[in-house]
Design a protein around this ligand. Structure first.
Ligand code: S3P
Length: 429
C-alpha cells in the first residue's frame, strides 16, 4: 500500500524503462536463432524477467549483466531446435506476452512441456492462440482454453488465418510457430497491431512480407542480431499525461520508442490539445526512437474508437485520467479487449472513478467520462494490475486529498522504478 499527496511541481528529465514488447521479442527470437547476440537495455520489469527464467528453464545460455535500471544480455543459440526439454513446468508469472509468444515456439519444439502463470494469467483467454496452433497441427491440452497449456511434440504446417481480434500476441504466436513449420502462413488482422516481431525478423534475415493487414511468413532458420532496446512509450505515457494535467507540468523524456503502431496515445493527446513535441528522431535496431517534451495544457474531450484502439490499447487507463480533467466528454469505444488484460481494466477504472465521484458510463466495449472534474483522493485498489496502479498514482498529483493505492507493487510488472521516478519528478530534478 502507498499513500500519495498532490505536488506543487512536476518537472524534470527522465529516461523511461526499456520497452517491454521489444525486450520479450529480443530474448525469445535470439534464443531460437543461429549465433551469438548482445541485447542492451533489456527491461528489468517482472514480465520480461519471466521470459528470461522460462528460457533458462528451456536450456538457453543467457549471460545477464545487471545495470542501474535494466540488463544487458548475451545469448548463444544454435537455431530453431536449440531449446531442450525443461525439468520443471514453465512459469510465466503475470506475462501474457511470454505465454502467447512462447506457445508458438513450444508447439514445434521436439519435447513435451507445460506452460502456466499466476492466477490472473491462468484466467486469460488462450483460445485465440490454441485455435490457430491446432489448425497448424499442434498438440495442446488446456484448462478450458486457459493456461496451464500442455504441449506435446508435433509437426506443424503453415495456415491461412483470419484473426478476429487485432492482437500482436496472437499474430506473433502464429509467426513464431510458422518458423518451425513445413510451409508458409498468411495471417490477416482486422486492424494493424504492433509490428515489433516483424521488424526484428526482417533484421534477422527471415522471409517475411507485410502487405497492409496481411503478413506472409515462410519457415526457416533466422540469424542472431544485436539489439538495443528503446524506452517504452507505454511507460512514458504516465508521465506524458501527468505533465499535461499538472499546472506546473514540464518534462523531457529521453530515448522513447515511437513505432507508429504504438503512438496512438500521442495522436490522441495532441488532438485533445496537449503540447507534445517530438524531437531528436532516430532509428535504433530497426525501430524509430525520439525524445519527447511535454508542457501543461488545457485538454478537451474526444471520441476514441476504431483502428486507433490497438495503437493505444495499453494506454487507455491513463487516457481515462486525462479525460477526467479535459473539458467536455470523452467517449472510448471498440475497446472490449481491455476486459481481458491483466484485470478487467474497464471495470477497474470505473471502480476508481466511482470512488472519486466522477460521472461516467461504462459500456461493454468502452467508457464515457464527463470531464471538467477533480480527483478527490481516497482509498483505491490496483486490482494487481500495473497499469491501473500507475494511472491512479498520476491522478494523485492533482488530487484534493490523499490517495491510497492498495497493491501498488504491481507496477513492477513493467516499471520497477516507477515510484522513485514519481518522487524525482515531483522534486523538479
Ligand atoms: C503486446 C500486445 C498487446 C498489449 C500487451 C503487449 C505485445 O496485447 O496489450 O501489453 O507485446 O505483443 P494483445 O496482443 O493481446 O493486444
Amino acid at each position: 500500500m502507498i499513500k500519495l499527496n498532490s505536488s506543487l511541481l512536476f518537472s524534470g528529465e527522465l529516461k523511461v524503462p526499456s520497452d517491454k514488447s521489444i525486450s520479450h521479442r529480443s530474448a525469445l527470437l535470439n534464443s531460437i536463432s543461429i549465433g551469438k547476440s548482445k541485447i542492451l537495455n533489456y527491461s528489468n520489469g517482472e514480465d520480461c524477467l519471466s521470459t528470461l527464467s522460462v528460457l533458462k528453464e528451456l536450456g538457453v545460455n543467457i549471460n545477464l549483466i545487471p545495470k542501474e535500471n535494466s540488463y544487458d544480455l548475451e545469448i548463444e543459440s544454435k537455431g530453431l531446435n536449440s531449446l531442450t526439454k525443461p525439468k520443471n513446468n514453465l512459469y510465466a508469472g503475470n506475462s501474457g506476452t511470454t505465454t502467447r509468444l512462447l506457445s508458438g515456439i513450444l508447439s514445434f519444439s521436439n519435447f513435451n512441456s507445460i506452460l502456466l502463470g499466476d492466477i490472473s494469467l491462468n484466467s486469460r483467454p488462450m483460445k485465440r492462440i490454441i485455435d490457430p496452433l491446432i489448425m497448424m497441427g499442434a498438440n495442446i491440452k488446456s484448462n478450458d482454453n486457459c493456461a496451464p497449456l500442455e504441449f506435446s511434440q508435433s509437426n506443424l504446417s503453415g495456415i491461412h488465418y483470419n484473426m478476429d481480434v487485432a492482437s500482436a500476441q496472437v499474430k506473433s504466436c502464429i509467426i513464431l510457430a510458422t518458423l518451425g513449420a513445413n510451409s508458409k502462413s498468411v495471417i490477416t488482422q482486422p486492424a494493424l497491431s504492433r509490428d515489433h516481431t516483424e521488424r526484428m525478423l526482417i533484421s534477422m534475415g527471415s522471409d517475411i512480407k507485410i502487405n497492409k493487414n496481411e503478413v506472409t511468413i515462410c519457415p526457416g532458420e533466422i540469424n542472431s542480431i544485436d539489439i538495443e532496446v528503446p524506452g517504452d512509450i507505454s511507460s512514458a505515457a504516465f508521465w506524458i499525461v501527468a505533465a499535461l494535467i499538472h499546472p506546473k507540468g514540464n518534462i523531457v523524456l529521453k530515448n522513447v520508442g515511437i513505432n507508429p503502431l504504438r503512438t496512438g496515445i500521442l495522436d490522441v493527446l495532441i488532438k485533445m490539445g496537449g503540447r507534445i513535441e517530438i524531437f531528436n528522431e532516430r532509428e535504433v535496431a530497426n525501430e524509430p526512437v525520439a525524445d519527447i517534451r511535454v508542457i501543461h495544457s488545457e485538454l478537451n474531450g474526444i471520441e476514441i474508437n476504431g483502428d486507433i484502439i490497438p495503437k493505444l490499447i495499453d494506454e487507455i487507463p491513463i487516457i481515462i485520467i486525462a479525460s477526467v480533467v479535459a473539458k467536455g466528454t470523452t467517449i472510448i469505444k471498440d475497446a472490449s479487449e481491455l476486459r481481458v488484460k491483466e484485470t478487467d481494466r474497464l471495470f477497474a477504472m470505473s471502480e476508481f472513478l466511482k470512488g472519486s465521484n466522477i460521472k461516467h458510463h461504462l459500456f461493454d466495449d468502452g467508457i464515457e467520462i464527463s470531464g471538467n472534474s477533480n480527483f478527490s483522493g481516497g482509498n483505491f485498489d490496483s486490482f494487481n494490475d500495473h497499469r491501473i496502479a500507475m494511472s491512479i498514482a498520476v491522478s494523485s498529483l492533482i488530487s484534493d486529498q490523499e490517495t491510497i493505492i492498495n497493491n501498488h507493487e504491481a507496477a513492477s510488472v513493467s516499471y520497477k522504478q516507477f515510484w522513485n521516478h514519481l518522487e524525482l519528478l515531483k522534486l523538479d530534478n
